[in-house]
Design a binder for this molecule. Structure first.
Ligand code: UD1
Length: 424
């Protein structure tokens, strides 16, 4: 159990260098096994999910070592094709290794990833995509057995632009003979980053960032170096923290377009925004007002991952904000925790209505999931008194040294990572 103690009231000031992207580095680490080569990945955040992906790589017989923010992967000696249950459980997105293992070895055995704190997280679209390429998949006692007698390029039409299913299809297609065309593909920036990595690995792939991705061939390289993109959700988190606490911060070395929906929502609330080519500055020195309704959608729509964070920024904004969550069924668990701080939120199904209150007051709360946990810390920065956030490790899955990042801006926050058997 980790405990975050936040004393609200300090405004945030300063510059931030944002960490590498969790959601980009995980599929890229899986992709590193496809070619059986040596890979050097730069800008890898120190996160428990990234450590879990390294454990999977080592289990598969690959070398995976970290030096600072660089991870070296040597997949030449990969000698296993299974991922055991405990490793699958450690990181739910480990299903992303399925397409990569098939591309490399043409057989795989994984335990079925369970549900998660965001509601059921099925993998039917991942499996359908792999079946289109010729994989035979059977389920037995909670395990998935996959094999193919040589993957064949095909047309894969996703019924929903799932990020994970798009990535799995891209990875498996690299091991297929002939051309694969993925339609209704997810368009997230992390998909583009995966495409760029696959290109440097030797894939002939194009179209990422549009709904149609084409994989035409693969000539594996022996050595690859790649720099992982900056985390757009951490960027959005920092902006929302500033909106909650007030002050003025600048995000450096970012791609502003990647999180523009969040930036423009904050701007419409009264935050002053200065966009440059590779930086965004936010200044908050007035009472904020509620933004227009916020509806989460696949990219380029408003990201579901930023919904709890923007909600934190709306808790004290004048007026009423209507959120509609379209991506995950169970993504309002943070709302009940916000209410412990004095927020006024009404949740009915996919809709949450937030009515701004004049003050939030510190209280003990629990991190319900990764982004919900970060959002509680953001809200606590703007609350009166001390908030204690109890967290079973959610926040460290996605934020590297979150406490240090906020302290560098002037926040009063203490992080204790210890076993508190009596709590929760
Ligand atoms: C990824 C991100 C996550 C983000 C999400 C949506 C990673 C590691 N995680 O998750 O942070 O919140 O995209 O932007 O990149 N679905 C199905 N069947 C499937 C697959 C998905 O029904 O086979 C549904 C899911 O239950 C969910 C929706 O599709 O309701 C979106 O899921 P998806 O885009 O696949 O998200 P992830 O890849 O799991």
């Amino acid at each position: 159990m980790s405990v975050w103690k936040v004393s609200g009231g300090n405004k945030l000031y300063g510059d931030l260098r944002i960490q590498g992207s969790k959601n980009a580095v995980l599929p890229i680490m899986a992709a590193a096994i496809i070619a059986g080569c040596e890979t050097e990945l730069i800008n890898c955040p120190r996160l428990s999910d990234v450590e879990a992906a390294m454990s999977i790589l080592r289990h598969l017989g690959c070398k995976a070592e970290r030096e600072g923010d660089t991870i070296f992967i040597d997949s030449r000696e990969m000698n296993r094709t299974d991922i055991p249950h405990d490793l699958m459980r450690e990181m739910r997105s480990s299903v992303i290794f399925l397409g990569a293992i098939l591309a490399r070895a043409h057989e795989a055995k994984l335990s079925y990833p369970g549900g998660c704190e965001l509601g059921p997280r099925p993998i039917d679209l991942h499996l359908e995509a792999l079946k289109c390429l010729g994989a035979e998949i059977t389920e037995q006692g909670g395990d998935l057995y996959c094999r193919d007698g040589g993957l064949k390029g095909a047309r894969i039409n996703l019924s929903f632009p799932s990020v994970g299913a798009t990535e799995n299809a891209m990875l498996a297609a690299c091991g297929a003979e002939g051309e694969t065309v993925i339609t209704n593909a997810a368009r997230e920036p992390e998909i583009v980053d995966l495409q760029e990595f696959l290109r440097s690995l030797g894939a002939d792939i194009s179209g990422a960032g549009t709904p149609t991705i084409t994989v035409s061939g693969f000539s594996p390289r022996k050595r690859v170096g790649y720099r992982v993109m900056t985390d757009r959700i951490v960027s959005a988190t920092a902006l929302c923290c500033a909106a909650c606490a007030g002050g003025s911060i600048t995000l450096k070395s970012v791609v502003p377009a990647d999180f523009e929906t969040v930036t423009s929502a904050l701007e419409s609330m009264g935050c002053e925004i200065e966009r440059r080519k590779n930086s965004v500055k936010i200044t908050v020195n007035r009472q904020l007002r509620a933004p227009r309704p916020i509806t989460t959608r696949p990219y380029p729509g408003f990201p579901t991952d930023a919904q709890p964070l923007l909600m934190a920024a709306c808790l004290k904004a004048e007026g009423t904000t209507v959120f509609t969550e379209n991506i995950f069924e169970n993504r309002y668990r943070h709302a009940a925790e916000f209410c412990r701080l004095g927020a006024d939120i009404n949740v009915v199904g996919r809709v949450a209505v937030v009515t701004g209150v004049s003050e939030l007051t510190g209280a003990p709360v629990s991190a319900t999931d990764l982004r919900g946990g970060a959002a509680l810390i953001a809200a606590a920065l703007g609350a009166t008194g001390e908030t204690t956030v109890y967290d079973t490790g959610h926040i460290a899955r996605g934020y590297e040294d979150f406490d240090k990042m906020l302290m560098s801006l002037g926040a009063d926050i203490k992080y204790e990572n210890e076993r508190l058997a009596s709590v929760v």
